[in-house]
Design a binder for this molecule. Sequence first.
Ligand code: IPE
Ligand code: IPE
Ligand code: MG
Length: 247
Amino acid sequence: MSLKQYIDPNRIPEHVAIIMDGNGRWAQAHGEQRVFGHHNGVHAVHCTTQVAAELGVKYLTLYAFSTENWNRPQAEVDALMNLFVDTIERETPTLCENNIRLTAIGDLARLPERTREKFEECIRRTAQNTGMTLVLALSYSARWEITQAVRNIAAQVAEGTANLNQIDEGYVSRNLTTKDIPDPDLLIRTSGELRISNFLLWQIAYAELYFTDQYWPDFDEESFYKAIIDYQHRERRFGKTSEQLAK
Ligand code: IPE
Ligand code: IPE
Ligand code: MG
């Protein structure tokens, strides 16, 4: 029986972010090369996107490739870049059918031209969709993002378009790549690693963290429901006391 029935439809997290980890170990466990794991991770991306949209999640952010992942063996990086092209090509019609809009965050300028063009094309083709927003973090790291924001703000102050007193938390947020996206309510990481790996450091200040031992290619609908149910049992206090929240 599906766990779906235990989900409260009135308390769906608005923004879910996922660190999709464990493709390499999944492949090894199946006696295969790491890249085989990346190929099998695509199904989990497809399925999570569908199920998140169905549940009414408004933003789904997937960590697909980090700044640090550029340091992997060149053959693995190349295989991932090609896989992104194939996947985007194959998934664009499904995104359109499901009214899903694609956006991307990260240093896209570092991507090979073909990969970047595919993403840009899909972003353009889905721009008018009004359902869920799927945010892909590609060549992304939080420290890269925050450094960019600091540079932009410093430039604005230097040229006189901003003054120091104006710079509050909201101002900083508006200078991040996620400026049009609310902070994640729930952050999921697969593969049993208990770390953030340079993902959305500013934005997850009050996110609920959920870790599962499952490798990413094994993450399915039921795994996603389980994470949502866990989230719905948390009390988000934002620094207040339980009693204050009850009022
Ligand atoms: C996550 O799986 C996918 C990417 C980082 C691109 P990994 O490739 O990190 O798999 P493990 O963690 O080595 O098992
Ligand atoms: C984090 O996974 C990045 C992505 C899922 C894209 P990694 O596998 O790169 O993280 P570490 O190296 O184990 O921290
Ligand atoms: Mg990993």
